[in-house]
Design a protein around this ligand. Structure first.
Ligand code: ADP
Ligand code: ASP
Ligand code: MG
Length: 413
């Protein structure tokens, strides 16, 4: 007997029919003698609908009230799935995040899970009951409802698996595993049998929405056995397993996957004096306004002045630009310019650590398509470029081809 946590995403519970199918799958695992905790998302489109409703009332909705509203999507699906299981003759009980004591901080709309009490869940499991838990939500120290950020049900699933020391956390979604890139953009993308934790973390942090980044962080911290599988296939196979072992890098392909993110914006402060402290003068006020900065570039100065560019989330573009315009005379710059339609495309692979020439292959492939790179950042296992958003899909396809990700990798000598 194993304790298994399963998470089903929005598309997988998108209609009563699909909820009944999920119930059948859960029942099969129960019949095999396992204990089950099932985490569900809201029906697909529901969270967007709720947020849009809020915006019809308040142009920037009060975060506490927004969480009260957004968390209702998951409250619908837990009850429906529990009913579907009862109809099949199983003992099932639904719980909201607060009810199973998913304790979070009080950062409404992007709360972090701090602790989960497992006693109540254990009692139900020992009583042969299937637990259905609302993803994406918890409660803060004052008992307020909080939500965990978009895609947060993945994190609920993995965090519950960690707290319960489950044998496995299975993330069921509308694709049958983690692919070399989003198969909606590149139909030739290939499913990976395994991906290392480091690579998955990097892909998630660079925008791949197959797993929310915090779920991957939890899996790493608590060594949760994490697998991504299809909820649509009767026989989902083994999907993709996130691995933690140190593998032999020589056996790995140089690039494992490509992630992209369309939500970036770029701001350039022109003609700033090239002197110590200038980066701080520019980014200090931006950070104080809680605007996260992603990629940064500073040009070599010619006449003692330089241009300084950085990217930020598109939603923060107008605010960040205004802050810099207000402090321009203090910084001593000439002007602030920017564009809010930047996309970031990142290639990720552990094999990069031990192989040269990856960047040049990337840059050549983009150059051959006439795609201008505006900004570059690298880490040990990734290279990201900021480009005009209109070339994003082309860039992903071209890079997928250039690194031959559609083909089974041959071990590198
Ligand atoms: P869920 O509602 O089940 O949480 P999501 O829509 O959040 O599902 O995530 C699944 C989607 O992630 C897929 O339909 C796919 O379009 C997208 N995706 C992005 N990158 C990848 C990737 N590398 N491998 C597989 N799917 C990916
Ligand atoms: N329903 C939430 C969202 O749409 C959480 C999730 O699906 O993971 O973001
Ligand atoms: Mg998701």
């Amino acid at each position: 007997m194993a304790l298994i946590v399963q998470k089903y995403g929005g598309t997988s519970v998108g209609s009563p029919e699909r909820i009944k199918n999920v119930a059948k799958r859960v029942a099969r695992f129960k019949d095999a003698g396992h204990q089950l905790v099932v985490v569900v998302s809201a029906m697909s489109g529901e969270t967007n609908r709720l947020i849009a409703l809020a915006k019809e009332i308040q142009s920037s909705p009060d975060p506490r009230e927004l969480d009260v509203l957004a968390s209702t999507g998951e409250q619908v699906t837990i009850a429906l799935l529990s009913m579907a299981l009862q109809e099949l003759g199983y003992k099932a009980k639904s719980y909201t995040g607060g009810q199973v004591r998913v304790h979070t901080d009080n950062a409404f709309t992007k709360a972090r899970i701090e602790h989960i009490d497992t006693e109540r869940m254990r009692a139900d499991l020992d009583n042969d009951t299937i637990l259905i838990v609302a993803g994406f939500q918890g409660m803060d120290p004052e008992g307020n409802i909080t939500t965990l950020g978009r895609g947060g049900s993945d994190t609920s699933g993995v965090a519950l698996a960690a707290a319960l020391q489950a044998d496995e956390c299975q993330i069921y979604t509308d694709v049958d595993g983690v692919y070399t890139t989003d198969p909606r953009i590149v139909p030739e993308a290939r499913r990976l049998d395994t991906i290392t934790f480091e690579e998955m973390l990097e892909l998630a942090s660079q925008g791949s929405k197959i797993l929310q980044i915090r779920s991957v962080e939890f899996a790493g911290k608590y060594k949760v056995k994490l697998r991504v599988l299809s909820s649509f296939l009767d026989e989902p196979g083994a999907g993709t397993l996130i691995t933690f072992e140190e593998e032999d890098n020589m056996e790995k392909p140089v690039i494992s996957g490509i992630a992209f993110n369309r939500d970036e914006a770029k701001i350039t402060v022109r003609g700033v004096p090239d002197k110590p402290g200038i980066a701080y003068q520019i980014l200090g006020p931006v950070a104080e306004a809680n605007v996260d900065v992603d990629m940064i570039i500073q040009n070599i100065s010619t006449d003692g002045t330089t241009d300084f560019s950085f990217t930020t989330h598109r939603n923060d573009f107008a605010r960040a630009k205004q802050i810099l315009e207000d402090s321009l005379s203090h910084i001593g710059g000439a002007s602030v310019t920017g564009s809010s339609d930047i996309a970031k495309v990142s290639i990720v692979g552990i094999g990069m650590k031990s192989h040269a020439g990856v960047a040049s292959t990337m840059f050549r492939a983009l150059a051959e398509e006439g795609i201008n790179i505006q900004i570059i950042t690298t880490s040990e296992i990734k290279i990201s470029v900021g480009i005009d958003e209109k070339y994003m899909e082309l860039a992903v396809r071209v890079l997928h081809k250039a690194f031959e990700l559609d083909k089974e990798p041959t071990p590198l000598a």
